[in-house]
Design a protein around this ligand. Sequence first.
Ligand SMILES: Nc1ncnc2c1ncn2[C@@H]1O[C@H](COP(=O)(O)OP(=O)(O)OP(=O)(O)O)[C@@H](O)[C@H]1O
Length: 268
Amino acid sequence: MTLARPVVTDGVAHPPAAVSCQALSIGHGERVVLQAASFSIPAGSFVGLLGPNGAGKTTFLRALLGLTPVRSGELHVFGASPVCGDSNVGYMPQSRTPIRVSLTGRDMLASSLHGERWGLPLARAEGARRIDEALHAADAQDLAERRIDALSGGELQRLRLAQALLSAPRLLLLDEPLASFDPVRMREAALQIREVARRAGATVICSAHDIDPLLGVMDSVLYIARGRARLGSVDEVITSSALSDLYGAPVEVYRSPRGRVFVSADVA
Ligand SMILES: Nc1ncnc2c1ncn2[C@@H]1O[C@H](COP(=O)(O)OP(=O)(O)OP(=O)(O)O)[C@@H](O)[C@H]1O
């Protein structure tokens, strides 16, 4: 593991980036997800992670969690190699299945707190304090005593955000957290996540399929396609020429007069 230490340039010490990749390659078997990708995400930023289905957004998030091995190159989280169970990193996984257990919101958070300690449960008072703080940070106190199998999709997402905040992480990885919202609520939810992250001082990487709810919310876009990645502002990355270059095939980007963005990529 590489130890986190400030980077010194011109005699000035800069804190390590939240995430840095140097010639990073990751994948599954024959499937290449990233091939020699290099970019760096500044601490404190909100990054929208975009790309077509199967491009590798979840795989990249799992690599940051230490769950997908690095094939070659370097991947650092706050200057160190990713390790499973790092309390600096909070994760909200993609949720595809409805919840059918009748726990309360507080029980749901408590179960992940206890799982975190591998059989060494936190003292009851300390656990309760951390749960209250996480519920407060995600604006989800009203859900603490509600049964989770009776929550709406949006309410459940608030609770899952609280779950990801339990360890007071410096890096928050959110895999399609907007998926269960209608278009209007998507934007409200994106703004709420940004506010929560700001208050917590966390860097956010938030994957999404629709760029619109994140416009004006994210500081930069990380776009993954065909094993390649591009990080930059929306105006730098979401253009016909930048995306055609990334895909290695013609891609059209349209912007409606009301500011909506459409990407038309007729390639896998
Ligand atoms: N455990 C695995 N074993 C083998 N292949 C996998 C595994 N997990 C993912 N893949 C493959 O790796 C590629 C990237 O998958 P990943 O889930 O990271 O994409 P994604 O961009 O998150 O997709 P989506 O937008 O559809 O959620 C896909 O082709 C997928 O089938």
